[in-house]
Write a protein that binds this ligand. Structure first.
Ligand code: SF4
Length: 307
């Protein structure tokens, strides 16, 4: 179906992925197989098949034009008003984008609903960064929070993500969005952690609601997110939250090393948490090579160097 709707958006400067030019695979209206309570789009009955699709050729023309206009683009992000893996011509689109992208990276943001399908998994294998949502570990939580289409099975989705992670060699990022009283119960957090350990992604981004949600649900606090991040031992976790906390006192060298030892911190974490004096000490540690730096899917994590 030809369309006059804009097919690309941005570029936006995303802290986590760099300068990103977006492609919308459902530009005219929402088409999704989830009906998440926290969705930023309007609430809507789920569908299992995308029926309203724009031809690949139209996307390629739009992307080529946008890349000429915005040569600073670092990442081409495949997304949708809904779920991008429902787009029926995704395979051809990804092949063509890989031809024209040059040095830029290709990123997809997906709810992981179709990852168990070997055709979808093999398309995702051709993408440089795959970011999948995983909000729940149990069927009960999935049906209350993500409200899957009846054609989907939550256990198949979890198994599909784990299976995909075993063979995918590029950058896999998992996003967990926490909603108060729904997936922040301790038992659910522990089960999510167990799955994340099996997946062992490059990075885990945790966050909560920060835009008006489709339904009446509430975010969790930054303190709670921070507490969850500390429970996800051995994973590279970033926290997205508008309200950050600053420590009330300056930290000395030992305390900074302890902080980095407990959980690797991002630049953003440290700038939010530490005052100027502590930040100077942190840079001293960095200069003295007492701190390690690891880049995980575009984000640098600082940890304590083990002697
Ligand atoms: S998967 Fe994304 S688009 Fe679909 S309902 Fe959930 S938040 Fe909205």
């Amino acid at each position: 179906m030809e369309t006059n709707q804009p097919l690309t958006f941005g570029p936006v400067n995303s802290r986590r992925f760099g300068i990103s030019l977006g492609i919308d695979l459902s530009p005219s209206h929402k088409q999704c197989n989830f009906d998440c309570l926290y969705c930023e789009l309007e609430k809507q009955k789920t569908i299992s098949i995308q029926t309203n699709s724009v031809p690949v050729e139209q996307y390629i023309v739009a992307i080529k034009e946008a890349l000429i206009k915005y040569p600073e683009t670092e990442v081409i992000t495949i997304t949708a008003n809904g779920e991008p893996t429902m787009y029926p011509f995704l395979d051809q689109l990804v092949d063509q984008l890989n031809i024209i992208k040059g040095e830029k990276k290709l990123l997809i943001l997906s709810n992981a609903s179709l990852i168990w399908d070997t055709n979808i998994a093999s398309i995702l294998h051709k993408i440089d960064i795959v970011k999948l949502s995983l909000d729940c570990a149990t069927k009960e939580c999935f049906s209350k929070l993500d409200r899957l289409d009846s054609s989907l099975d939550s256990q198949k989705i979890i198994d599909g993500i784990i299976g995909f992670s075993k063979s995918y060699t590029k950058e896999l990022v998992i996003e967990v969005l926490f909603v108060d009283t729904l997936n922040n119960k301790q038992s659910e957090i522990e089960k999510i952690y167990a799955i994340l350990k099996e997946i062992h992604p490059s990075r885990v981004d945790i966050g909560t609601i920060d835009r008006p949600p489709a339904y009446d649900v509430k975010p969790i606090s930054y303190e709670e997110l921070n507490n969850i991040a500390y429970q996800f031992v051995g994973l590279n976790v970033t926290i997205a939250h508008r309200h950050k906390i600053k420590l009330e006192k300056s930290l000395d060298i030992e305390e900074i090393l302890n902080l980095l030892d407990k959980r690797p911190q991002t630049k953003e974490d440290l700038e939010n948490l530490l005052d100027e004096k502590s930040l100077r000490l942190f840079h001293q540690l960095l200069d003295n090579k007492q701190v390690t730096i690891r880049n995980q899917a575009g984000v640098e994590f600082y940890g304590k160097r083990k002697s």
